[in-house]
Design a binder for this molecule. Structure first.
Ligand code: ADP
Length: 239
């Protein structure tokens, strides 16, 4: 497809993991006392791996995802993503980290209603100077890849829920992030659309050698991932 894939050259045994989380803790202050959500959580993953995280509501799944994406700060422990500790970066560094290293797919697509599919896909290119001809070409390729070649000039209001989520996936990949974090990516979709979106996410993850972590309540989606874990008592338990 011409959509460039990430490569890890050299001996994989000798390389540190692309994602390393050690002894992660997150405590939220609450009037009734501190709420410990993540407790001594550790996780190591490499590019090309995909993990589905399940667990009861309120167990801390979104909190973990937001910390990995530097949208939330940890109370303790260390996080390293592609050799970077996002919490040691300055403002510009964190902005670049969120823009280049991590792509997000959320339950609600958050597309801008006044922008076409292609314009929405290209939005993450704005902080680094906007869409070059190569990025416009990549945006079009991504939209073709998610089956929206005929819908590039449509507004979100002219698309189905599943189509909007496919635009959101293309947008998450426009800057070729090595890591993609998905929070209930199929949570708002009917069964057929959820299957299409789940398949696309996993196909693109494999094609582009992405490190994908998806939080989901869907046993069907989780079953299609090569690895699963449950977040219980603040820790990840591999299944
Ligand atoms: P999940 O995604 O597994 O449903 P969350 O990570 O959203 O769980 O939340 C875990 C717990 O932390 C919940 O009890 C929630 O109420 C609490 N929580 C989440 N965000 C905050 C916050 N910003 N301030 C205080 N408590 C929070």
């Amino acid at each position: 497809m011409g959509l460039e894939a990430r490569d890890r050259s050299g001996d994989p045994q000798a390389m540190p993991p692309d994602l390393s989380v050690r002894s992660l803790r997150k405590v939220y202050p609450h009037p009734a006392g501190a709420l410990q959500v993540l407790n001594d959580l550790s996780l190591e993953m490499s590019l090309g791996e995909a993990l589905a995280i399940m667990g009861p509501s309120g167990s801390g799944k979104s909190t973990l995802l937001y910390i990995l994406g530097s949208l939330e700060t940890p109370s303790g422990g260390t996080v390293e993503v592609c050799g970077q500790n996002p919490f040691a970066l300055d403002r510009a560094g964190v902005a670049a980290f969120r823009n280049k290293t991590v792509g997000f797919v959320l339950q609600d697509h958050h597309l801008l209603p006044q922008c076409t599919s292609l314009e929405n896909v290209l939005l993450p290119t704005l902080p680094a100077g906007g869409a070059t001809p190569a990025l416009v070409a990549r945006g079009k390729q991504l939209l073709e890849r998610v089956g929206l070649a005929e819908r590039m000039d449509r507004l979100p209001s002219e698309l189905s829920g599943g189509e909007r989520q496919r635009v959101a996936i293309a947008r998450a990949l426009i800057n070729a992030p090595p890591v993609v974090l998905a929070d209930e990516p199929t949570g708002n979709l009917d069964r057929v659309s959820a299957e299409t979106v789940g398949s696309l996410l996993l196909e693109l993850q494999r094609e582009q050698n992405i490190l994908l972590i998806a939080v989901t309540h869907s046993a069907g989606l989780a079953a299609r991932f090569p690895a699963r874990a449950e977040l219980l008592d603040g820790r990840l338990q591999r299944q």
